[in-house]
Design a protein around this ligand. Structure first.
Ligand code: NAD
Ligand code: IPM
Ligand code: MN
Length: 361
């Protein structure tokens, strides 16, 4: 049950996923203690190590079991010993698909002007959210190879866009915009849809029709459209123009790494995989960064801000805001990892943010 004792499934995964999740849990414990929350955590060892040891990516019934939690927290997956990412496909994409987590909410919010890579931009100018469709598109795994390994090989990867799938993510983006306008006062909330309908004449024509239909029902919200190539350029040229962006699975994946860099790097970016009617899953945007694994250098702030998103979703906005204030203070005071200009390791950054949580509570 949501409330003072949320039940949370934790899957740290591989590489730095494990390290950043440890620090995120440290900060969760400090914030929960400060506000009298008693989260019940259940840890799962799903990841490359377990797969290599047992040959099994997930035990039977594991994804169903997740339905019994109030939220799921994941780290990251990816291990050079599993080059085809079979385990990540089953665990990460499996969770997104099986639990129908269709709205991948990825905020692009710069915590400190110091972290902004764009000349003369202040942190306030980088504050928008990308909604990535999370259950369809090129990710469904439909297709195949014919004459594989020969010079006549044909490889087909289908891009699946359904009326239901496109409509629900577009409606979700408008619903979010109407509740959380992130723009300056006096401006209407704005939803920008991005596709490649000038080339992808079938699937992205569906996105066009659905988007303008839903936009017409939402006159209080400004609607606009940019082709994805132009959107990528505008995110760098003038990120202050954006409020809510909605796009397909593959474009959302790519744009949110660009968005992460606007926040100071992949180590800073958080995300939620939301099913508004069921359990949702939260994870940082970054991967397992194998070259940094085991070195205590990975930035845990993306995972910590992911816990903030999870607490907001669990109906604990004060505790979420406490974590955010501590993260901002950590960055502003240089108590952070090298990638964002500090000198601390992963664990010391987690300790510093947890201490800030206690002192700001
Ligand atoms: P990655 O996100 O793991 O790392 C790319 C680069 O970003 C790193 O080399 C590092 O410079 C930086 N970075 C990422 N996270 C950081 C952090 N917390 N602190 C500091 N710097 C950080 O992406 P990749 O190298 O393309 O992929 C590595 C593996 O992770 C692959 O197996 C890939 O498939 C997988 N992956 C998994 C997820 C996920 O589980 N959600 C997401 C992306 C990639
Ligand atoms: C992400 C990742 C995943 C994705 C991979 C690891 C399957 O890049 O969460 O952004 O493409 O969705
Ligand atoms: Mn990605």
């Amino acid at each position: 049950m949501k409330g003072r004792k949320p039940r949370i499934a934790v899957v740290p995964g591989d590489g730095i996923g494990v390290e950043v999740t440890n620090e995120a849990l440290k900060v969760l414990a400090a914030a929960a203690e400060a506000h009298g929350l008693e989260p019940e955590l259940r840890c799962y060892d799903f990841g490359a190590e377990r797969y290599l040891r047992t040959g099994e990516t997930l035990p039977p019934g594991a994804l169903e079991e997740f339905r019994g939690f109030d939220a799921i927290l994941m780290g990251a997956f990816g291990d050079p010993r599993v080059p085809d990412m079979k385990h990540a496909a089953d665990i990460l994409l499996g969770t997104r698909f099986h639990l129908d987590l269709y709205a991948n909410e990825r905020p692009v919010r710069c915590l400190s002007s110091r972290l902004c890579p764009l000349k003369e931009r202040r942190r306030e100018e980088i504050d928008f959210v990308i909604f990535r469709e999370n259950t369809e598109g090129l990710y469904v795994g439909m297709g195949g190879n014919f004459k594989k390994g020969t010079t006549d090989e044909i490889a087909i990867q289908e891009d699946v866009n359904t009326r239901k799938g496109v409509e629900r993510i577009v409606r979700h983006a408008f619903g979010y915009a109407s509740r959380h306008c992130r723009r300056k006062s006096g401006q209407k909330p704005k939803v920008t849809m991005s596709d490649k309908s000038n080339v992808l004449r079938f699937g992205h024509d569906l996105w066009q029709r659905v988007f303008w239909e839903v936009a017409a029902e939402n006159q209080g919200i400004e609607a606009n459209h940019l082709y994805v190539d132009a959107l990528a350029m505008q995110m760098v040229k003038d990120p202050s123009q954006f409020d809510v962006i909605v796009t397909c699975n593959m474009f959302g994946d790519i744009l949110t790494d660009l968005g992460a860099q606007l926040q100071g790097g992949l180590g800073m970016a958080a995300s939620g995989n939301i099913n508004p009617q069921g359990v949702s899953m939260f994870e940082p945007v970054h991967g397992s960064a194998p070259k940094y694994a085991g070195q205590d250098v990975a930035n845990p702030l993306g995972a910590i801000l992911t816990v903030q998103m999870m607490l907001e979703h669990l109906g604990q906005p004060e505790t979420a805001s406490l974590i955010e204030r501590a993260a901002i203070e950590a960055v502003e005071s240089g108590r952070c990892t090298r990638d964002v200009g500090g000198e601390l390791g992963t664990r010391a950054t987690g300790d510093a943010v947890a201490a800030l949580v206690r002192s700001l509570a």
